[in-house]
Design a protein around this ligand. Sequence first.
Ligand code: ADP
Ligand code: MG
Length: 639
Amino acid sequence: MSEQTHSFQAEVSRLLEIVAGALYSNSEIFLRELVSNASDACDRLRYLALTEPGLTAEDPDFAITLTADKDAGTLVVADNGLGMSRDELVENLGTIARSGTAAFLKRLEDQSADVNQIGQFGVGFYSAFMVADEVTVDTRRAGEAAAWCWRSDGKGDFTVGESADAPARGTRIILKLKPDQKEYLEPERLRRIVKTYSDHVAVPVRLTGETENLNTASALWRRPKSEITDAQYKEFYHHVAHAFDEPWLRAHFKAEGVVEYTGLLYIPAQPPFDLFQPERKHGVKLYVKRVFITDDCAELIPPYLRFLKGVVDSEDLPLNISREMLQNNPLLAKIRGAIVKRVLADLKKRAEADAEDYGKFWGAFGAVLKEGLYEDLGRREDLLPLLRVRTTGREALTSLDDYLARMKEGQDAIYFITGDDLEGLARSPQLEGFISRGVEVLLLTDPVDEFWVPALQSYQDKPFRSVTQGALDLDKVAGGADKPAEDGEAAAEAPGLDAMIAFLRLTLKEQVKDVRASERLTESPVCLVADEGDMDMHLERLLRQHQQISQSFKRILEVNPRHPLIRALSARVTANGAAAELEEVGHLLLDQALIMEGEGLPDPAAFSRRLSAAVARGLVPAGGTAPAEEDGESAGKKA
Ligand code: ADP
Ligand code: MG
C-alpha cells in the first residue's frame, strides 16, 4: 500500500504547536512518556500471550532499547511489545481526538497545567515533539506480517505507509533531535533520566550494546516495605498514576490467608482532570503473579474510590483469566471488599489524626466518596464518619456527629440546603430564620448531595430536612421566642396580613401553588419554597440543566410578615382592596423571589416595566405629579 498523508485532528495540531514551540526546561520527560508507552505495549502483549503463547515464542524476553546515533543525530526507542496495526497507528497517533486533548490544551493555555503533566491527559506520545523535529514510528503488530511506518514533523499532518524497516515485533520510534536537544545522545544523560522516572517500570530498559539494565525493572510492590525508600515509593506513584504531585496517602499491604494479594495504593493530592469522566483511565492496575492483566477492571475498585491509583497483584486468580472472567468473580469480590475496608480504615485514621489535613483530601475527593453512601449500603456505617460538610456560620468542615452535638434544644431535624456554590447558598433568604435563631444548616454544593441525603433520610434518628421545602415549626427550637423583641413595634406582624395573602393568592394563582406567611425570613420580604412532597428546587434546576426533565413545579411564595414592604402592602390592600397597581407589586415580589433563587424570569420585559414604574413612583416627591398616587406614603418609601 502506498504512503498516505493524514491531517492531525485539529486539537492535536494545536497541542503539537504548543509542545513543539515552547522552550521547556524539563523536555527530558519525553523519554518517560515513550518508555511508559513501550512498557504498556509489552504488558499488553504478555497478557495476550497467556492465551496465545505463539505470539512471543520466538522472542520471549521483553525489553526496551535506547540507541543514540551521534552521526545521524537520532535517538531510537524500541520495544518488542504488541506493536500497532495500520488502523491503530492512524487512530492512536493522530486522527482520533483523545478525551484528554481538549482538557490539556485548555489547562496549558490558562497555565493551570504544564507540559510535564502530558501523560495524565493520555497524550504523552506527543511530548516527542519537544525534542525532535521529525518523528518516525516503525511498528509491526505481534502475529501480523505487515509492518507500518508513521512519520511527521508535527506540523499539521503525518504520513502512513508500509514499513521496510520495522522490528520483527513491536515498535521503534526514531527521534531526529532538534539542534538544541542533542544532549539526549549522551549515554550518561539517558541513564540518569531512566533512573529518575522509569526505575520501576517492570520491563528492563537498556542502552544498545550494553547488557546491564538502566532501571531496577522489578515489581516494587513485591519488595518488603523496609527495603523501599520514600523516594522510590514516590517515583512509582508518578509512574503508575501519571501524576506529579506528592501523594496524599500511601498504603502498601500484603494479605495472606484465604485470599492472597499485595496492594500498593495511593491517593493523589490533586484531583485528576477526568475524575468525573466515564472514559477515565489510569486507575488501579490488576496484576496476577506479577503479570499485568488490566487497568480497566470495574470489579476491583468501586466507583466511589476511583481516586485510588496503584496496583493490586493477586496470587490466586488464574493467570489466563480473561477480562470477561473478571466479572462476578468471587475471588475478586473478596479482594475488592478487603481493599475497600482497608482504605476506609486508613481514611478514618487520617481524619481523626488531623482534621485540617483530612480537609485537603475531602476538598479533592469528598464528592466522589459521598457516592458510596447510596451505592454501597453495606459500607454506610464506615462511610458516615468520613463525611464532612460545610455549615452556616462556620469556616471549618464539620462531621455529622459534631453537627448533632451542637443542635439546639428542641431542634429535631438536621437542616440542609442544596445549591451550586457556597457563597450563593449562604445568602439564601430561606436561611435567615435559622441564622437568627442560631440553628446550624448544612450547606451542600455537590450535585451528589441531591442523592445521598434522600437515600439516607436520617442520621441517628434525626431526619434530614430541606430548609427550602415544606412548612417549618422553628418556634419550637430554643431561642425562637425571643427573636422579634429587639425590633419592638416595627417587627410586629403586619395588620391586614391575611387579606394581603388572599390578595396575592388571587393575583399569582397561575404562577404559584400557594402564598403563606413565613417563619424562615427575617431580612428578605419573600422567598420561594417547595411544597412538602414536591421536588426540591435545586434538584429541579439540576435536572432541567441536564435535560432530564422539562416541566417545572409550582412553588409556594412565602412572605415575611415583619418586613416593611409586606406591612405596607398589607395596609394598602386593607385600605384600598385590590388595585391594578398593587397587583403589579405582587408580581414584582414573585420576580424578586425567583431572582434570589437564581431562576430566570418568565417575562423580563414585564419585570423591567413594573420595576421602573415602581421606582418612578417612589422617586416623585410627595405631592408631586406621581401617577395615580392616593397618598404620599408609598410602599417604596417605607422600605
Ligand atoms: P496513553 O499512553 O496515555 O494512551 P499516549 O499518547 O502516550 O497516550 O499513546 C497513545 C497510544 O498510542 C497508546 O495508548 C497506544 O495505543 C499507542 N502507542 C504509543 N506508543 C506505543 C508503543 N510503543 N507500542 C504500541 N502502541 C503504542
Ligand atoms: Mg502514554
